[in-house]
Design a protein around this ligand. Structure first.
Ligand code: SF4
Length: 251
């Protein structure tokens, strides 16, 4: 959205990036690459952050129980119905906007094929240039790539573009990641998989629900690799029966 706004010579005073602290490295690389583009357009780069580090809030922050006395430590996994960091992000952006005393145009990069997001954004007075340009998520990705942007992660397993293995690029620890995305993280991004295991070792609740901790998922993915090596097919009745029998899990 930013690159095309610049291409169309639209007025841009400030470019705001909210850093959760849990972005993939390639997101930070893209941010850094954009700095000179933003500077030469004469816009100001603003970076917002949470008041406390994500991991601290996730694992250590002292939190009072809602419906009983006492405390627990850390909000735990973020995603699903408990998107605690999303609330922090929205609050930080709202606070920033309140600090701007002028009228401003609030451009947001919602794509043309995300209609479920249009009404809320428009009721909040946001402008949706990608929707005006009828650019879908795939169009945006192709456009960015045509401009020399990519989301390459350099890992011990080689280089991989995040958009080739994930449906959406969000925080690497996001609980909303689906099984295919998590399998790809296990397979292609071993360093991030190791970090997910670290987080799981600190949180009792399994990342994806009952019997679906990061460690359970790892067992499943290892099993899948062996199953395929033996010439079998995934997602068959035999596959699920064997998975259940060997690992006592029903993922
Ligand atoms: S992307 Fe996921 S982990 Fe990150 S703030 Fe949003 S819901 Fe939370």
């Amino acid at each position: 959205m930013l690159l095309k706004l610049i291409e169309e010579n639209k007025p841009i005073d400030k470019v705001v990036f909210y850093d959760t602290g849990m972005e993939f490295q390639s997101i930070y690389d893209s941010r850094d690459k954009l700095q000179s583009v933003i500077d030469s357009y004469g816009a100001e780069y603003i970076e917002l952050k949470p008041n406390e580090p994500f991991l601290y809030s996730m694992l250590e922050r002292k939190i009072k129980y809602r419906n009983k006395t006492g405390f627990h430590f850390g909000f735990g996994w973020c995603g699903g119905v408990c998107r605690w960091h999303t609330s922090m992000k929205i609050q930080a952006i709202q606070n920033y906007k309140k600090s701007l005393n002028d009228d401003y145009i609030d451009y947001v990069g919602i794509a043309y094929d995300e209609p479920h997001r249009f009404d809320k954004a428009k009721s909040e007075g946001k402008q949706l240039p990608l929707v005006d340009w009828k650019m879908t998520e795939a169009d945006c990705l192709a456009y960015c790539r045509s401009k020399g942007y990519n989301w390459i992660e350099h890992t011990s397993n080689g280089d991989i573009d995040l958009y080739d293995i994930l449906d959406r690029v969000s925080c690497w620890c996001c609980r909303n990641k689906n099984l295919d995305e998590l399998r790809n993280i296990y397979k292609y991004l071993p360093e991030y998989w190791g970090k997910l295991k670290y987080i799981q070792s600190k949180i009792a609740e399994p990342m994806k629900g009952e019997n679906k901790s990061v460690f359970d998922l790892e067992k499943r993915f290892e099993f899948e690799d062996k199953w395929l090596e033996n010439g079998n097919k995934l997602r068959t009745k035999d596959f699920y029966n064997s998975l259940k029998e060997i690992y006592k899990c029903s993922i």
